[in-house]
Design a protein around this ligand. Sequence first.
Ligand code: ADP
Ligand code: ZN
Length: 522
Amino acid sequence: MSSPLASDALALLHRVFGFKTFRPGQQAIIDAILAGRDVLAIMPTGAGKSLCYQLPALMRPGVTLVVSPLIALMRDQVAQLRALGVEAGSLNSTTSPEEYQHLRDVLRAGEPLLLYVAPERLARPGTLEYLARHPIKALVIDEAHCVSQWGHDFRPEYLTLGQVRQALGNIQTLAFTATADTATRADIEQRLFPEPPERFVGGFDRPNLFLAMRPKTDTRRQILAFVKAHKGDSGIIYCASRAGTEALADALSVSGVRALPYHAGLDKAVREANQDAFVAEDGLVMVATIAFGMGIDKPDVRFVCHANMPRSIEAYYQEIGRAGRDGLPADTLTFYGLDDMRLYRSRIEEGAADDDRKRLDIQRLNALFALCEAPRCRRQTLLAYFGETIEPCGHCDICQHGVVTTDATVEARKVMSAMLRTGQRFATEHLVNILMGTETDAVREWNHHHLPTFGVGRDHARPVWRALFRQMYAAGLIEPDFLAHGRWTMTPRGNAVLRQGEPFLVRADVLDAASGTPGRRP
Ligand code: ADP
Ligand code: ZN
């Protein structure tokens, strides 16, 4: 259906913003907003989220209130909008008296206005009452992941936004975020919307990036070969430790590659000098911890390599995303191994977070490991986590070289019957105990040692079963409930494997050692 409003939107896109066409996803979001629906839009940074709420704001009289966490960001947006001739202003600690007066006039006239406001400002007595006297059309929540304690940028002030919405008469609410993390998304929906919003996920694919992942064997030599194959290119190699970055930068330098280390333990002056060199020079390789990369504007990074596995799919996506921002082909290669798993796992377990958070972080780690081990197109598996469906991409190691698989249908059925017989209410370790026939206190307490599935999995080692959970998740057979301690539930695909004879394939090495690391025991 193409409403008259939709064509008005396109006209405004040309006339006000000077753009010819919508970017992927924008049109659908704008249509939903104009139809009055609540929206949660998840798009990567740079995809053009702002336009999705700015354009509808111009098409309706009244105020669009935009909650944004950073004053600097607010100021930029307001300045840009005014340069386009759009009425916009901001309420925060730096707003001048003249500015207030101007805003009051615009508010009184009832013209379309984009009003940016800091969340702590909304919490101040009087602000909401004042705003509520004016026609507020919509509440926009930018960087909506700030509302979630599962996210990486939690802000307590965001927790009151549900009440703000109510105080303003339950107005249309539009939340935007770049977070790719399922648990955070579920949390955002729960906290900001009384009813589930219309959800849009899009634009995560970066087709110019080649994706490859390899188990660690002789990693140093493989990295050298990879870097030499990219002679003259700028690139980033991520390492898990500070010492690792220095050792690898030395090794690269010895073999004639210009490489510098970067980590938070270096002198500030050295760190800045290395970063400047990376931005200014061509063909420099930065060997860095994850401290490097944020806010660095270098569009022609031609490769990103992970000497160690990243900690989550979201981290992986962000880090490889620093390659090929210019849209030209770029190469990525990620090494993974059980040693990384063990290191991160113990870091999480020994950390200060509460138990729920720890469980969630371990799930995130498992999800990435599952991606590393999955026998399916990398991009398909990666984008499936973000909620996007694509055909096999032809531009990843698995599409190009394939992988030896083995049939694990019997194993998958054992896992799922253990899940079903326990009411789909348990997480990995308890279910593995049942499969392995291990009588823990919890198993006895629930009487699970009398189940027919108790002990049916003794033909495989414990790590094999853990790997099978990861693989079944990556293949979409089972799903963890992040808000309920990561208990597993079955999907329709899982049902097809359990009951309708659909086969379930895994990489051959998963059933051998569950390590993804040939030649090494877990
Ligand atoms: P996000 O908030 O998703 O990180 P922005 O809203 O800042 O992204 O947009 C990123 C850039 O894309 C901005 O420079 C914006 O002007 C531009 N942009 C947005 N929509 C379009 C479009 N339809 N056509 C061309 N450029 C666009
Ligand atoms: Zn592929």
